[in-house]
Design a protein around this ligand. Structure first.
Ligand SMILES: Cc1ncc(COP(=O)(O)O)c(C=O)c1O
Length: 344
């Protein structure tokens, strides 16, 4: 199978498995797991923030951040295809008692301008509107097709939000992909954000885990909320050992995933009825429209499955995500399979 449903399907490398087998461990709820502590210290160092926390998943990291930053009844501004809004099962309402305020990005890049955010803010506390407690950003933006937000754009949003005392949380599940695409560092891209979550278990290839990064005070509160949510893990160094390799080694090869995604997009652009601008593909996510083929995404995905390819389709589009399990030959095989499936 060539599984392109997501980069979450990546399997741990041999080096990760070896590191897991020999990891030094302790009880992390007591703060005594040396491998977890090393991973947390390294993540804080790489992002040039005060502290970091290892958590089981990206969803939990995002939800802890919302919980720490907001009060009951607050509103959280987010782009209308943000993962926190679309794909976290209403957790922000369940866990934090907040209202998500989705905003459609004018250019559909997934990255809001301040002029789009500002009209949605409630900052006058007039006992009618729900006060804006937080703004959530996403870089790279998954459902917009892996698009990236520059350091300059992010700083502008942070500066303006901070002028109103509104914190910014960045869902950086794939922030290393964004940094590679923009030829910069994750520290530069996230410098002004109050908190960041990034996933070790997507393109970076670790089996489990995400990191929350921020100030010492934020992380102290996040640790308490991780425990309350059932995320206090014991000998988690077994997982952190793979996470350390993901953090140190995997970013070096993400450009290969991006090249494969671009190659795929260029091949797709040649197919009758498929709509995609290859230049818009800058990281590892390719979303293309198939409505002009006269076939549904579900029918095309079913055909692909018969040819040992897995992809996800919805509405009029199909999404494929490249990762360390794909070779250039796989990509060419997928293009040929799509040529056949789109003309059936
Ligand atoms: C942008 C984004 N944020 C958060 C998550 C959640 O990560 P996890 O699956 O580890 O909970 C995902 C997962 O696909 C994602 O794409």
């Amino acid at each position: 199978m060539i599984d392109l449903r997501s980069d979450t399907v990546t399997k741990p490398t041999d080096a990760m498995r070896a590191a897991m087998a020999s990891a030094e461990v302790g009880d992390d709820v007591y703060g005594e797991d040396p491998t977890v502590n090393r991973l947390q210290d390294r993540a804080a160092e790489v992002f040039e923030k005060e502290a970091a926390l290892f958590v089981p998943s990206g969803c939990m990291a995002n939800q802890i951040a919302i919980k720490v930053h907001t009060d009951l009844g607050d509103e959280v501004v987010i782009e209308d295809r943000g993962h926190i809004y679309l794909h976290e099962m209403g957790s922000a309402s369940v866990i934090s008692g907040v209202l998500l305020r989705p905003i459609r990005s004018r250019d559909r890049s997934g990255h809001l301008e301040w002029s789009e955010i500002e009209p949605a803010l409630h900052i006058d506390h007039d006992y009618h509107g729900s006060a804006t407690g937080l703004i959530c950003l996403e870089n790279s933006h998954n459902m917009a097709g892996g698009t990236v937000m520059s350091a300059h754009h992010c700083k502008d949003l942070c500066d303006r939000a901070h002028a109103h005392n509104i914190p910014i949380h960045l869902d950086g599940a794939r922030i290393f992909n964004a940094a590679v695409a923009l030829d910069t560092t994750v520290a530069e891209l996230t410098r002004h954000c109050d908190s960041i979550q990034f996933c070790l278990s997507k393109g970076l290839g670790a089996p489990v885990g995400s990191m929350l990064v921020g100030s010492r005070g934020f992380i102290d509160q996040a640790r308490a909320w991780r425990k309350r949510l059932g995320g206090g893990m014991r000998q988690a160094g077994i997982l952190a050992a793979a996470g350390l390799i993901a953090l140190e080694e995997s970013p070096k090869r993400l450009h290969e995933d991006h090249a494969n995604a671009r190659r795929l997009a260029e091949g797709l652009a040649e197919i009758d009825g498929v709509s995609i601008d290859p230049k818009s593909v800058v990281t590892n996510i390719v979303i293309f429209d198939v409505s002009a083929t006269g076939r549904t995404p579900a029918a095309i995905c079913e055909d692909l499955k018969q040819q040992d390819i897995l992809a996800l389709g919805w509405d009029s589009v199909i999404r494929v995500v490249t990762h360390n399990g794909n070779s250039t030959e796989d990509i060419d095989y997928v293009i040929n399979a799509l040529v056949k499936s789109s003309s059936l």
